[in-house]
Design a protein around this ligand. Structure first.
Ligand code: M6R
Length: 590
């Protein structure tokens, strides 16, 4: 969580560069913002509560060629101007922005207060510049001061810092992402690539336990622990700047929903050799577990059904935040498959650590190439969805399902059949996402947007999609939505149904239809308003959202109209679907 971005180079508008770049990282946190610039007059600091998207970069910037900026997702200390980053040292010369949590900050704060330091915020972050200042007083260089300070920290962090009296940008990483962008006569350091994508596509990824410092001309990397300098490989990333823009769309969420016209095909575009290698690992391992968080977790639950139905193979899903207890079952022959859009989710990284400690292999299915999860895995597949900027996961979720379904077909020895099904599904989604279709769903949203409770049911692979539908609707519209396995209704949840309660039924053209129709009748008998998402229309539907008949790819198709419905529910209720309250795109804290 939190976006950080720093610039050092020949340009004189460093403040503008970091503010504009930070706007592209706002999905990481958006309750307050701040920027610190090195100017001819010394340190210049601006910060405030609210979203950085509303800030005019020109108005807050000064002539400067070194600046750092931050957009915050509060952990320690409320959303106030004082708690917004950057934070300064006691003498005001060192500025720091930070993503993560310094767990032992209280102890460090006491130590510093005993030395006469006073603190302006309630944050854990503020101890960083104060501690660096103490080391600077001992005559250390800025990079040594940061390195020594890092040696005192417990927890996870990505830190960017500079000293008003020294033209050097320093950064360190343990547990939270940091990427260096290499420009001509300039360097960028950010928590994610979109911040500097319009300037460069050449990057160095910082690994955990590494730090970097640069004067804008030369760059140095070293281990935080030993101080030993390191060489880093330059990687050219394939994302284009325009992929990370919303173009003519009002919100990224709708743009990314519409991207699904092509993103399924891109997800299927995998190297056969790699897919067959993964299939072999699944066939030969002793126990395969899928793990992820949130939407990616619901994708894994759908994959349980893919492996069962298509490949007759037992694969278990465990939420990454619950994974630790499973170490009893892990062996060197076990295989853990993790799924993540960002590739930075802390709980997923923790699950990987548990598996690695047991000697098990880890396969990662991610969207962000070079991300922490991508690099920590034994092998990785990319879903090729392109940047996903709205907090709500849409095209990443369907891309992840497409890759997992393709693997299930490969395990069944039917890779070509799987690819054909998915390419056909991609073409059907392309047809489905037309303006009339979108208007139809908007019309349904207009009829139900004032309801505060909404339920979704499904069977088989549509059950995890009912759970995912609930996440989508909850997170952007704040409507209380819950998903259920359709057959479970009569065991309790049906008591919630009242006259007019909207209930969505997710269906395919399959052996579940008869049971689903019975469950719908049970709901209808209690007054529910039924919205059927199905290839066929049934009399029990009050509204019908037609979806193409897609066989085992049905969950991929069925979730898309719900994404659209969630989007319109949010807009009609006056909420910003791209930046829902209390959330951040990349959850890098446990
Ligand atoms: O980046 P990840 O896929 O690892 O993120 C996992 C969840 O935080 C994420 O899927 C979250 O639930 C979605 N943003 C919800 O739409």
């Amino acid at each position: 969580m939190c976006g950080i971005f720093g610039y050092i180079g020949e340009k004189k508008d460093a403040g503008e560069i970091v503010i504009e770049g930070l706007k592209k990282l706002e999905y990481r946190g958006y309750d307050s913002w701040g920027v610190a610039m090195q100017t001819g007059m010394g340190m210049k600091l601006k910060k405030d509560i609210g979203k950085i998207s509303g800030v005019s970069a020109k108005d807050v910037s000064d002539v400067s060629s070194l600046a750092i900026a931050h957009s915050r997702w509060a952990t320690h200390g409320g959303v106030t101007k004082e708690n917004a980053h950057p934070h300064l040292s006691q003498d005001g010369t060192i500025a720091v922005v930070h993503n993560g949590i310094i767990e032992n900050y209280e102890e460090l704060k006491k130590e510093l207060m005993n030395k006469g330091h006073t603190f302006a915020s309630q944050t854990d972050t503020e101890v960083i510049p104060h501690l660096m200042e103490e080391y600077r007083k001992e005559g250390m260089s800025l990079q040594d001061a940061l390195r020594t300070a890092c040696g005192r920290f417990e927890g996870r962090y990505a830190i960017l810092a500079f000293d008003a009296t020294d033209h050097t940008l320093v950064a360190a990483r343990t547990g939270s992402p940091l990427i260096v962008g290499i420009g001509k006569g300039e360097y960028f350091i950010a928590s994610d690539i979109p911040a500097f994508l319009e300037h460069t596509r050449n990057v160095h990824y910082l690994d955990d336990g590494e730090m970097v410092w640069t004067d804008g001309k030369k760059i140095h990397f070293s281990s935080i622990e030993t101080g030993e300098e390191k060489q880093k490989r330059t990687i050219n990333i394939s994302w284009k700047a325009e992929d990370a823009e919303k173009g003519d769309f009002e919100h990224f969420m709708m743009k990314e929903i519409m991207d699904q016209k092509e993103s399924i095909n891109r997800a299927v575009h995998q190297d056969d050799k790699e897919i067959l290698r993964v299939a072999k690992e699944i066939e030969t391992c002793l126990g395969c577990i899928l793990s992820a968080c949130g939407t990616a977790g619901k994708v894994c639950m759908a994959a349980d059904y893919f492996f069962s139905v298509v490949a007759h193979r037992h694969v278990n899903y465990v939420a990454s935040s619950e994974f630790k207890i499973y170490h009893h079952f892990l062996k060197p022959e076990s295989l853990l498959i993790v799924v993540s859009q960002s590739g930075e989710t802390a709980d997923v990284l923790e699950a990987m650590k548990v598996a690695k400690e047991a000697g098990s292999k880890v396969l990662a299915i991610v969207n962000v190439e070079g991300s922490s999860i991508y690099r920590a895995a034994d092998f990785a597949l990319l879903i090729n969805a392109g940047p996903e900027r709205a907090v709500a996961s849409t095209k990443a979720a369907t891309g992840q399902m497409a890759v997992l379904l393709l693997i299930a077909y490969a395990v069944a020895g039917k890779l070509n059949e799987g690819r054909t099904l998915l390419l056909e599904t991609g073409a059907k989604i392309n047809d489905m996402l037309n303006p009339r279709y979108i208007e139809h769903i908007k019309g349904i949203a207009q009829k139900i947007h004032t309801h505060e409770n909404l339920y979704i049911i499904g069977k088989s692979w549509n059950y995890p999609m009912a759970l995912e539908s609930a996440i989508k609707i909850q997170e952007v519209s704040y409507v209380h939505a819950e998903g259920f396995a359709a057959g479970e209704l009569k065991h309790g949840p049906i008591a919630l149904i009242e006259e007019g309660t909207p209930c969505i039924a997710l269906m395919g053209n399959d052996e579940m239809t008869a049971d689903m129709l019975s469950n719908i009748m049970e709901l209808k008998a209690r007054g529910a308003l039924i919205i059927g998402v199905s290839p066929e229309r049934y009399d029990s539907f009050d509204f019908w959202i037609k979806v193409p008949d897609s066989g085992p790819a049905q969950p991929i198709v069925n979730i898309i109209p719900i994404q659209i419905l969630a989007y319109f529910l949010a807009v009609l209720r006056g909420k910003d679907p791209d930046m829902p309250r209390n959330l951040a795109k990349s959850v890098t804290v446990k």
